[in-house]
Write a protein that binds this ligand. Structure first.
Ligand SMILES: [Zn+2]
Length: 279
């Protein structure tokens, strides 16, 4: 860690990486202390991936970032995504010009961590307006390109292990989708006035929040470790996917299995809760 004596709002548009000293090329992650707001590091995509993988090797905690890395690593990148990437860059460039370059910060910023009293928060701080305009997202295109580079560099046992863990969790999540969501929770959510629901279970709770046609579920333990799913509110197709994770595979598995068992036993009772939302 390198002390920068800088606050998040002071980070320049294209800062240097405090890990390797190289250019971040405008795509970086930063860590800051939520009390002092002091930025402790700014990492380029490569250094951040390295840090994520090293942390995983120490802790075996799966994170949303690792999930993204592992997913794009497994993609057949050059054939499928290079045209997409080029298109994304063209569209973003055109939009920037059309708007007089008023939109800034396409970076995929990320606020970490569980440690040292820092804020635990993952944010895809990409410009929401771009999605609203139906444009592809440059951050995602960049992440795909990065995944392709990792793949091209040879086998990555860490990302392969992460991918296998997530694959196992994905199959359990599909059981949850069938048993809990299509087993009655979808009716509760669709018919509710309030869009936030919560239910407690042994070893944690389940939160549900619906917005803009999507529903996000978070299964979490008291320490704040979680796995979250996302699906479409009004569709009957099996579209549920893993939205995010901060947990070891074993804990995520336990949260999924416990909530399914509690639901089957009629003990997972969802109450409307106006305090549930998305940070
Ligand atoms: Zn770097």
């Amino acid at each position: 860690m390198v002390a920068t004596a800088m606050k998040p709002s002071d980070i320049p548009r294209n800062p240097d990486c405090t890990g390797c000293g190289g250019s971040t090329d405008g795509h970086y992650s930063y860590t800051f202390n939520s009390k002092t707001e002091e930025v402790s590091e700014i990492l380029c995509r490569e250094c951040d991936a390295k840090k994520q993988k090293e942390a995983y090797q120490r802790t075996h905690v799966l994170t949303s970032k690792l999930m993204t890395l592992a997913t794009f690593y497994q993609c057949d990148f050059p054939q499928r995504f290079d045209p997409y990437y080029e298109q994304a860059l063209r569209e973003i460039t055109d939009l920037m010009e059309a708007l007089g370059k008023k939109i800034e910060g396409f970076g995929w910023t990320y606020r970490n961590t569980m440690n040292d009293g820092h804020t635990s928060r993952i944010g895809h701080h990409t410009v929401t307006a771009l999605s609203a305009l139906g444009l592809v997202n440059r951050s995602i295109a960049e992440a795909m390109r990065h995944g392709g580079r990792l793949y091209a560099e040879g086998r990555d046992p860490v990302l392969e292990e992460v991918h296998e863990s997530l694959d196992r969790l994905h199959h359990l999540m599909k059981v949850w989708e069938r048993e809990v969501w299509f087993g009655g929770l979808h009716e509760i959510v669709r018919n509710a006035k309030l869009k936030g629901h919560g239910a407690s279970m042994p070893g944690g709770d389940v939160l549900s929040w619906a917005c803009a046609g999507r529903v996000v579920f978070t299964l979490r333990d008291p320490a704040g470790y979680y796995i979250s799913f996302i699906t479409a509110e009004d569709e009957d197709t099996n579209r549920m996917g893993i939205q995010g994770i901060l947990a070891k595979e074993g804990l995520a598995r336990q949260l999924i299995l416990t909530s399914i068992a509690e639901w089957r036993a009629g003990r997972l009772n969802f109450d409307e809760n106006p305090n549930i939302g998305i940070i």
